[in-house]
Design a protein around this ligand. Sequence first.
Ligand code: ADE
Ligand code: ZN
Length: 324
Amino acid sequence: MKEFIKQLPKAELHLHIEGSLEPELMFKLAKKNSIEIPYKTVEEVKEAYNFTNLQSFLDIYYAGAKVLITKEDFYALTWDYILKCKENNIIHAEIFFDPQTHTQRGIAFKTVISGIKEALVDAKKEFGISSEIIMCFLRHLSEKEAFETLEQSLDFKEDIIGVGLDSSELGNPPKKFEKVFNKAKEYGYKLVAHAGEEADVSYINEALNLLHIERIDHGVQAIHSETLMQRLKEKQIPLTVCPNSNIELKVFDSYKEHNIKKLLDYGLNITVNSDDPAYFKGYLNQNFFNLIENLPLEKKDIITLVKNSFKASFLSEELKNEYL
Ligand code: ADE
Ligand code: ZN
């Protein structure tokens, strides 16, 4: 089964590029850019990656991102992820980035997006890997700051397919960004949002009803509402589920308790993704391996999950048909 998973061409739809920053590159960039990081060795970093919930991870993740300064740094970060795509047989990736994590430190929006974009252009040239970029608003920041970021993005609109919503979920419900998302829709952006990762089903309902999102990132808490489950099934609204992330951030106590098989058996449009692989012990294939080792997933389930990753993507209908 592992060999079968490895050789399947896959799409990844929930990947934060800042979450693919491996400790080795973090050290290299910290040294080059004279940025202090609170670790002496790669082993020390790995020991620090011992999370109790989403916030405990985010604190460390934002601290790590401070080593990224120049366009070349964002290129190196993205290129390293592309090499992982090659290893994992990911042929299409829709990549999140958090502009505010960088602009708040005085790094220009252009520096960030152009480094990422150049690596993605080279990925297409070198390996035939296709990709899209989605920019996420940090939900712990204000609506005003999200609007400023939306306006800044317009100069780079041809490189950004959509907007998302991430960071500290609890206490920052989707409705806080209703106006921003409506404006983003007017600008022609596709819309996604993290919802129902830690917070309850009301966050998923709000993301659908007020933000009008096309895809739910995480969404595993949907299982607690029969009405919502029916709606997700009927409309085939995709969920980008991230198993390793859910275990590392204690959304579920163990892989055996993860509800992905239940969601899939119910008939939802479920995909498997790696979220922040450098922090959560593995890239996309490892997420599948952990699932098959702990849940009664059959070969046909794996095929459904992988097909869903293309169906749920923002690829053109023509390209989807080519891949499916
Ligand atoms: N930013 C990076 N990873 C995230 C996650 N899993 N949830 C919310 N925000 C994030
Ligand atoms: Zn995420």
